[in-house]
Design a protein around this ligand. Structure first.
Ligand SMILES: Cc1cc2nc3c(=O)[nH]c(=O)nc-3n(C[C@H](O)[C@H](O)[C@H](O)COP(=O)(O)OP(=O)(O)OC[C@H]3O[C@@H](n4cnc5c(N)ncnc54)[C@H](O)[C@@H]3O)c2cc1C
Length: 316
């Protein structure tokens, strides 16, 4: 059986957490299957990170246009490395870059692609990928064919691997892209708060009615020791920054407590929070979809319940 290939992604501070999650899973699957792990990194900017990864081998593709994501150049060099490594399974984070690159690699190598993966199970030496379809409304169980497959995995699906290792290093020279030139990268707005790291989220939806009511959620979050996140309409209205948005086009979160206040539970929202340990919904509409996945729900008015709860928690 071929190795498990992990395609690494660079963030500002190094190899991304989403990528390290793939490393973690690759290692445990490789141990179960009796195979090795090979990671591919691009460019020279985080080379010290790459040299410390706890995998069997790291291939560093550099030269050409590797320091910034260039779909054409990355696809070409990744397809070359793929042809050389001949992996059984390839794991790529289901990010903007990962989805793009995964599809390109699948096309170039004629390998099946399973996107929106959330887990991979092993039984009797065979792997089955579990992936979200219809924006997370259904889960598909897809057996990995004997010839292998590429799986893009939604960030947050597994814990990140932070172990240090001493992998074999192979340098790979990449060619410039003749078709595409990256002029600059526009970074998304920075937020002081990373909602993906919070244990407790007080998440507000359109039911918050306007920015003047946001302090009610901030107060409750503070009393609970958590932070405020939100649904997309709250971001679209400009009441909270994009970094606070939970869902398909926002962040995927897995807090210990997700308090959904005035959120109806559209599939695109559920996709980002359905795996929270405990979901409590406050929604005046008892037939709202959020009630179907909430562990507890109340039809109280959030604008009354939030300050009352905060006061009670603060001992008032
Ligand atoms: C491609 C695409 C991507 C998307 N990505 C995302 C995404 O990442 N995240 C996301 O959230 N959405 C996303 N959406 C939008 C999504 O489809 C929904 O429109 C959105 O989630 C609805 O937000 P909401 O629940 O806050 O608002 P609504 O659906 O309007 O629900 C508001 C809820 O508040 C309740 N309510 C009102 N007043 C009160 C009160 N006083 N007390 C208690 N409850 C009250 C109402 O009963 C209602 O259920 C996306 C859509 C598309 C097409």
């Amino acid at each position: 059986m071929g190795p498990i290939l992990i395609v690494l992604e660079n963030g500002a501070a190094g190899v991304t957490e989403a990528t390290k999650e793939c490393v973690n899973k690759a290692k445990s699957l490789a141990a179960q299957l009796g195979t090795t792990t090979v990671a591919v990194g691009f460019g020279k900017q985080h080379v010290s990170d790459l040299r410390r990864l706890a995998v069997t081998k790291v291939v560093i593709a550099s030269g050409g246009t590797m320091d910034l994501y260039n779909p054409d150049a990355y696809e070409k060099v990744l397809a070359e490395i793929f042809g050389n490594v001949k992996p059984y399974l390839t794991l790529i984070a289901n990010t903007t870059m990962g989805l793009d690159l995964g599809a390109g690699l699948a096309g170039r190598t004629q390998t099946p692609l399973i996107a929106y993966g959330i887990d991979i199970e092993e039984q009797d030496g065979r792997l089955t990928a579990i992936s979200q379809v219809f924006a997370g409304k259904l889960l598909a169980r897809v057996p990995i064919p004997e010839d292998g497959a590429i799986v893009t995995v939604i960030p947050g699906s597994w814990p990140a691997d932070n172990e240090a290792g001493d992998p074999e290093i192979e340098e790979w020279t990449a060619q410039d892209s003749e078709a595409m030139r990256v002029l600059r990268v526009v970074e998304p707005e920075q937020s002081d708060i990373d909602i993906t790291k919070a244990d407790i989220l007080v998440s507000v939806g359109r039911g918050i009615e306007g920015p003047d009511n946001l302090p009610l959620a901030e107060d409750l979050a503070e009393a609970l020791g958590g932070v405020v996140s939100c649904s997309r309409p709250v971001v679209d209205a400009g009441w909270l920054p994009k970094a606070r948005q939970v869902g398909k086009s926002g962040q995927t979160v897995k807090p210990k407590l997700y308090l959904a206040c005035g959120i109806s539970g559209a599939p695109e929202h559920l996709q980002g929070m359905r795996d929270a340990d405990l979901i409590i919904a406050i929604n005046t509409d008892e037939s709202a979809s959020i009630m179907d996945i909430a562990h507890f729900g109340t039809t109280a008015d959030m604008l009354e319940l939030m300050p009352a709860l905060a006061e009670r928690l603060k001992g008032g």
